[in-house]
Design a protein around this ligand. Structure first.
Ligand code: NOJ
Ligand code: NOJ
Length: 425
């Protein structure tokens, strides 16, 4: 009886929400945006004029020219698909996704052997697999780290589905190449993920650490006793490096240090959304927890700063649009979809549905009616800017939504156990 009553109340409550155009409306937008995002993302993978397994950062060929496979972007895109496989429910598209990851593995095995200028630290390749040989910010050592961590997850999936040999013979060699490079170069100066600052970067260190730990686990699984020791020794050094980014006095994580060269030297705020991206993308091997005060205070400072510098944030009553870092001047310095979505994802992970939804609502406001997302939105008029159909924007949307779905399932099971307890009394 009690349950029925609760049910009736819930039904009444949700129809009020539908009527008011509230959260139910957001849910239906999410469903349609999810379909759009998947379609546009898949269009950027294995393009007709590229090798199977290559991933276009964006189909934009000019202003900006993003018609390349960036190793970082591609790994973050594949994260969406590995999640699909890790999901215990039988996925309808399992074999399609497996092929995607096999192609991705083969393409990356191929580009690892080219004469790229910085070897495994090379950030971008033509979709033919040829290395980009012109001037660029290189190496970018987050790239092999993200790729290796991703391939470890694919390997574990293969092992769990009785394809240990495939993991051992086809995927593991690619991982070992990356990880030997990462272990060797862990504390060497590297360009940051924004390809502007060569020095010591918190995001890069986080990804190196997580990759080496993931690799150590898999090496042990394959019966290798030496690599795990070597990788963990390097991890201890990386952790000392990471610790130097935690400014306890300021209660802030400083993203970039020890500038060596690049196009952007002075970030007076020390703030960068890269710090939060690093947290999100190393979720299996967190260096600090999501609730760590220094991280939360860094996130608050980022919010305040972006709230104040973009005029679209002053005018509208939505969650603030978030950029890369306050001093950014690329395309005039604007908020990005993927950084705003990272905030949504973070709040979902913290269990804060309302706060996450504020950021998602912000994204919804700037996406067009066909669900396209470019890289940026104009800081003063809100229109989309820079690379169209940026793969990483779609991946960021899909992983944020996955975090939201997990959170809602948790909240539902909490409600149910509450109801069950009430019933038992
Ligand atoms: C292109 C890079 O990809 C972008 O991140 C950077 O801001 C600009 N070059 C300017 O250096
Ligand atoms: C510029 C961004 O700064 C960088 O992080 C990204 O890898 C490339 N664009 C390609 O999307």
């Amino acid at each position: 009886m009690k349950v029925n009553l609760v049910g009736i109340i819930l039904i009444c409550f949700s129809s009020i929400i539908v009527w008011a155009g509230g959260p139910a409306n957001l849910d239906s937008w999410i469903q349609s945006e999810k379909r759009h995002a998947e379609v546009y993302l898949i269009q950027n993978i294995s393009p007709r004029d590229g090798v199977a397994g290559s991933v276009l950062a964006s189909p934009s060929r000019a202003n900006p020219d993003y018609y390349y496979n960036w190793v970082r972007d591609a790994a973050l895109v594949m994260d969406v698909f590995v999640r699909d496989l890790e999901d215990p429910k039988p996925a309808l598209r399992r074999s399609f996704v497996e092929d995607l990851l096999r192609n991705y593995t083969n393409f990356n095995a191929e580009i690892q052997t080219t004469n790229a200028l910085t070897g495994l630290g090379e950030p971008k390749f033509y979709i033919s697999g040829a290395p980009y040989m012109d001037n660029w910010g290189r190496p970018q050592n987050d790239s092999p780290s993200l790729r290796a961590a991703l391939l470890v997850r694919f390997s574990k999936y293969l092992i769990n589905t009785n394809r240990r040999d495939e993991a051992r013979n086809h995927v593991w060699p690619v991982i070992v190449n990356d990880l030997n490079y990462v272990a060797q170069n862990a504390l060497q100066p590297s360009f940051d993920l924004w390809e502007e600052f060569k020095g010591d970067n918190y995001f890069t260190l986080l990804t190196e650490r997580a990759a080496l730990l993931a690799g150590a686990d898999l090496a042990a699984e394959f019966g290798d006793n030496n690599l795990p020791v070597y990788f963990r020794t390097q991890v201890a050094k990386i952790e000392q490096g990471l610790d130097r980014h935690l400014n306890r006095k300021k209660n802030q994580i400083i993203e970039n240090q020890s500038y060596e060269t690049g196009t952007v030297e002075n970030k007076s705020s020390g703030l960068d959304t890269a710090t939060l991206l690093g947290q999100i993308h190393t979720e299996n091997y967190p260096y600090i927890s999501d609730t760590e005060p220094i991280l939360q205070s860094t996130v608050r400072s980022l919010t305040t700063s972006f709230q104040n510098i973009y005029s679209i944030n002053l005018k509208l009553d939505l969650g603030p649009a978030i950029g890369r870092y306050p001093e950014d001047s690329y395309y005039g310095g604007n908020p990005w979809f993927l950084t705003t979505l990272a905030f949504a994802e973070y709040y979902y992970r913290l269990g804060n549905l309302n706060e996450g939804d504020r950021y998602l609502d912000r994204v919804r406001y700037h996406v067009d009616e066909r669900g396209h997302m470019s890289e940026q939105m104009d800081r003063s008029n809100g229109f989309m800017l820079s690379a169209v159909d940026l793969s990483w924007s779609y991946a960021a949307f899909l992983t944020a939504i996955a975090a939201r779905t997990n959170l809602k399932a948790d909240l539902n099971s909490q409600i149910n156990s509450h109801i069950a307890k009430g019933h038992a009394q």
